[in-house]
Ligand binder design. Sequence first.
Ligand code: HEC
Length: 146
Amino acid sequence: MFRAGLTVLVASLCLASASCSGGSQTTIASGDNLPEDQWSRGVWLYGQHCAGCHGEDGEGDEDAPPLSGEGSLPLKATWEGSPRTHDFNTAADVFTYVSEQMPPMEPGTLKSEDYWAIVFYSLKQAQVEVGEPPMNANSARNVALR
Ligand code: HEC
């Protein structure tokens, strides 16, 4: 039931927004031609794969939790039905979760470097002290969320 509902939601979001069809706003890059720098790459990939549910600025809505702002990325999962069982202490914890579970319909389908770009970008947007890019498995362990 939950999955079916999400499918409908995503399909309608794709119809309503240019971000799913690579419309004029998002043609800064495509496919294999993504920017090298982690932040720009993250901007584009987040817009393609995450913003439809979590919002352009990670504000979330009734169908997806916020990724930025007050109370976002809580230590323990608070979203009902979340498959998350581990705490969010550092950026590495967020990366593990996102790369294994997101996007919900096709989890784990992005390349590791693309998940890093998304996590770097979205945590920076969320005012986390992410340090200098590139973020990776080593540096992310030292990036505390709070
Ligand atoms: C189809 C809608 C959808 C898409 C697309 C999506 N998410 Fe999610 N996301 C959710 C839902 C629903 C949850 C809550 C359930 C859960 O934790 O799995 C969630 C949970 C999360 C959480 C955990 C938040 C918390 O408070 O525990 C993070 C982090 C996250 N998503 C990041 C991402 C990123 C990054 C992307 C893009 C790669 C993405 N999501 C794409 C719907 C979506």
